[in-house]
Design a protein around this ligand. Structure first.
Ligand code: IPM
Ligand code: MG
Length: 368
């Protein structure tokens, strides 16, 4: 086996179930180092509420610079009721948004894949979701999440006004749409672009610019436009009509939760947030499970580590050039599900219920 040079992976477990699920990711990384002669330099630090507790800030400059210098960042989850009433700048979520914005991770890939073994875990009929494989490409550094002006200001009569601004430029739309078209070429060659062009100028621009890019550079990809509310409805009615969905930051946040739940459990789905490649072909990236910090089950050892482990597999594929290791890891997850092992969130009668670390160990045991 050829020795690969040391590559830095930064683990940011964060809050709630984050540390439990990221611990399983660490175990897989250590297994890869040992058994595949890889040489990942694994570092770990605080982010979110736990960072606030120690440093009075959800992410320190030191951690931010570590992220900047890593080959890939793998994040657990941030937030929890304990920090809900903090001033805005100190909320755990700000750490996540800062990382996304300042690492310029504009393309968020959120696959919604229905595992055959778990068809029954969905609240939809098996025939509607069996074989489902959608890729949502969510714009991640623009739109209403970051637009200015924003804030809460006093107005007359002692009232206050909350302000957020939804903006997109041609360049921001093209770069994320390009990612969607490129992905579609390797899949079923179909992109659905979602906006609210019927009520928002920024939505109208989105629609026009996605179409313009398609007509100029991706003539062979089929493009369909859909209003975001209709997309929410179509996802429930006939999700298999979709291949790649590209949409803005806010609609992408909502539609990806909906798509994820079609598959039965948020505990299974990973995500990748990617930036642009520099001239050396290097790209900043962050990987996270789609699920949140789930404070209600934190510390109980019952959280599902599969979404985090599959996030690592996306990192192996997109950032570390280790496709075959990514494939083995995904296969290992399938095999463990074939063996009928289930964490509580995907448990059904007759299957074997296991906790977080037993699930992680079982996946590792399948690796070769
Ligand atoms: C997500 C989450 C985040 C978002 C929160 C935690 C800030 O919901 O990644 O989907 O709104 O983007
Ligand atoms: Mg969300």
């Amino acid at each position: 086996m050829i020795k690969v040079k040391k590559r830095k992976i930064l683990l940011l477990p964060g809050d709630g179930i984050g540390p439990e699920v990221i611990n399983e990711v660490r175990k897989v990384l250590e297994w890869l180092n040992k058994n595949k002669s890889l040489d990942f330099e694994i570092d770990e630090d605080l982010v979110g509420g736990v960072s606030y507790e120690k440093h009075k800030y959800p992410i320190t400059d030191e951690v931010f610079y570590k992220a900047l210098e890593s080959e890939a960042v793998i994040l657990g989850a941030v937030g929890g009721p304990k920090w809900d009433n903090l001033e805005f700048a100190k909320k755990p979520e700000r750490a996540l948004l800062k990382l996304r914005k300042e690492l310029k991770l504009f393309a968020n890939l959120r696959p919604a894949i229905c595992f055959e073994q778990l068809v029954d875990a969905s609240s939809l009929k098996p025939e509607i979701i069996s074989g489902l494989d959608i890729m949502i490409v969510r714009e991640l550094t623009g739109g209403i999440y970051f637009g200015e002006p924003r804030g809460i200001v006093p107005i007359e009569n002692g009232e206050r006004k909350g302000i957020n601004t939804h903006t997109y430029t041609t360049g921001e739309i093209h770069r994320v749409a390009r990612v969607a078209f490129e992905l579609a070429k390797k899949r079923k060659n179909k992109v659905t672009s979602c906006e609210k062009s019927n009520v928002m100028e920024a939505g109208q621009l989105w629609k026009e610019e996605v179409q313009a890019l398609r007509d100029k550079e991706f003539k062979k990809v089929e493009l369909k436009h859909m209003l975001a509310d209709n997309c929410a409805m179509q996802l429930l009615k006939d999700p298999k009509q979709f291949d790649v969905i590209v949409t803005d930051n806010l609609f992408g946040d909502m539609l990806s939760d909906e798509a994820a739940m079609l598959t039965g459990s948020l505990g299974l789905l990973p995500s990748a947030s990617l930036g642009t490649k520099d001239k050396n072909g290097k790209m900043r990236s962050m990987y996270e499970p789609i699920h949140g910090s789930a404070p209600d089950i934190a510390g109980k050892g019952i959280a599902n580590p599969i979404a985090s482990i599959l996030s690592l597999s996306m990192a192996l594929r997109y950032s570390l050039d280790l496709d075959s290791e990514a494939n083995s890891l995904e296969l290992a997850v399938q095999q463990v599900l074939d063996d009928e092992l289930r964490t509580k969130d995907i448990m059904s009668t007759g299957k074997k219920q296991v906790g977080t670390s037993v699930m992680g160990d079982a996946i590792i045991a399948k690796l070769k």
